[in-house]
Design a protein around this ligand. Structure first.
Ligand SMILES: Cc1ncc(COP(=O)(O)O)c(C=O)c1O
Length: 479
């Protein structure tokens, strides 16, 4: 990394390269707004950066323009209420959990939940009870949380007040939310779905793909509009569709954990996204779906490029390439794509994930296909020896590895920082989180194993960011 570069220099140079984005955010740059008729907003960008002047409403007590935007979302998602979030889905998740689980209570949660869920546990003094997702052996990635797993956990922990799980997960695997909602509601509890990666599910591939968690009956659903739709990074929407949650408590938690100076630029971009969906949503979704269909057809013709294309209840707007047949790792493919101006979202082991969004155009898919053909040609025939059905390296990855069912110990009160290498057998006191995908590999209260240490070392050696290991290579454990 060039240490001399400033943030703004980096951003300007990156923009000048005109990169093809298959990562967040979903708008993929200014051209979407300009094409669809919102260029004037971009031209007046700084002048729109205001605070709560008269007439501008207040996010935490909406009565005017912001209320109207929120009502647009409630209409679009067909829910009782929608709340704009300016701290991303992360903020919505924390507020939803604090509103659903009493302090000191228990939460049933998928072990592959995002770190914001773990942060909510700390803030609310809440104890986790883990639901373990399945492993999809063929690709070595984490699969769905089954209704049976939820049923088992609910019987074991009748005290738990709520259930939370991500759907889709980072790769696109969706859980059967309709069936899970039935189980949760039969027990009189609250179902929260982290739909950070599926804000588009209500519209994209309607009738053929997974249904949105709103339609499937979840009580609270949180959507990162910025990840796949057309608003700015950090803007999101929480949908409340239930009487099981006290809305006043939820609203209180939302104001407690978000900035008291919510950005009107973020909220305006949410309003623009609502406008886009209302005015041009059908056409844009058809184009997006058509481009995906085109890509999946074309990519089949490139030998050695294997994509996930055979899973049910899967969000195919996430393109997952299994690099096993290419004889290179996902991060090597990421670099080769980057050299060709294409930027991916996530790599774990053998799986490279490209996140498409509402702003991607046919030419982006063509550039990607062209780059893949070129890479394949340059690499030649280096098919890797891999036993069919055996998970690739991604299975050893964090999100790719079915989280081990570990014994949960009390979170240590007395803490120390210790070199990672010397931490075997110690109880973790602060989450260790490879980022992305931001799912804790080791949670507070779990024992660190020799295998964990080996894996974290390999991630760091590969240049990946691991939050929870400081610049001196130390982790926080029980003293
Ligand atoms: C599964 C999952 N949930 C929640 C979040 C947080 O979303 P946001 O970036 O909108 O805060 C992320 C972020 O990547 C995520 O991957």
């Amino acid at each position: 990394m060039d240490k001399q570069k400033t943030t703004i220099q980096f951003l300007m140079e990156h923009a000048d390269k005109r990169p093809v984005s298959f990562h967040m955010p979903g708008h993929k740059g200014a051209s979407l707004y300009r094409r669809l008729g919102y260029g004037e907003f971009l031209d007046k960008f700084m002048d729109c950066d205001i605070t709560e002047i008269p007439g501008a409403d207040n996010l935490f007590q909406t009565e005017g323009i912001l209320k109207r935007t929120q009502e647009r979302y409630a209409g679009l998602y067909e829910t009782d209420r929608s709340y704009m979030l300016i701290n991303g889905t992360s903020g919505g998740i924390i507020a939803a959990i604090l509103a659903s689980v009493p302090a000191g209570g228990k939460l049933l949660m998928a072990r592959n939940c995002h770190k914001s869920v773990f942060n909510a546990l700390t803030l609310g003094n809440i104890a986790p009870v883990y639901l373990y997702p399945e492993l999809i052996e063929e690709y070595g990635i984490l699969g769905a949380v089954t209704p049976q797993e939820v049923q088992r956990a609910m019987e074991e922990e009748p005290q738990a007040a709520a259930v939370i799980l991500p759907s889709p997960n980072y790769y696109g695997v969706c859980s059967d939310i309709r069936a899970i909602a039935k189980v949760v509601h039969r027990h009189g509890k609250i179902l929260i779905v982290d739909q950070a990666h599926g804000a588009h599910l209500k519209w994209l591939g309607r009738g053929t793909g997974p249904v949105s968690a709103e339609e499937a009956g979840a009580d609270i659903v949180i959507n990162s509009i910025h990840k796949t739709l057309a608003s700015f990074t950090q803007s999101a929407v929480l949908n409340l569709n239930s009487d099981r949650v006290d809305r006043y408590v939820l609203e209180d938690k939302l104001q407690a954990i978000q900035s008291t100076s919510p950005s009107y630029l973020l909220m305006a971009s949410l309003d623009i996204n609502a406008d886009i969906l209302e005015q041009q949503g059908t056409e844009l979704m058809e184009q997006w779906q058509g481009n995906l269909r085109y890509f999946y057809e074309e990519v089949k013709r490139i030998p050695g490029i294997r994509v996930i294309d055979n899973l049910e209840n899967f969000d195919y707007s996430k393109i997952n390439i299994d690099t096993g047949l290419l004889g290179i790792s996902a991060s090597e493919l990421e670099n080769l794509l980057m050299e060709r101006g294409v930027f991916a979202e996530l790599t774990t082991g053998n799986i490279l994930m490209l996140m498409t969004g509402i702003g991607n155009q046919r030419r982006d898919f063509d550039t990607l296909l062209h780059a893949l053909r070129d890479i394949r040609e340059k690499l030649g025939n280096r098919e890797r020896d891999r036993e069919p059905g055996k998970p690739g390296a991604a299975a050893g990855g964090n999100a790719g590895r079915a989280p081990e069912k570990k014994e949960i110990f009390a979170i240590p009160k007395a803490k120390q920082r210790l070199a990672l290498e010397r931490s075997e057998g110690k109880i973790c006191a602060s989450s260790i989180i490879p980022y992305p995908p931001g799912i804790p590999l080791i949670c507070p209260g779990e024992k660190i194993t020799a295998e964990d240490i080996r894996y974290i070392r390999s991630l760091r050696a590969g240049g990946e960011k691991v939050i929870g290991v400081n610049e001196n290579g130390e982790v926080t454990v029980g003293a």
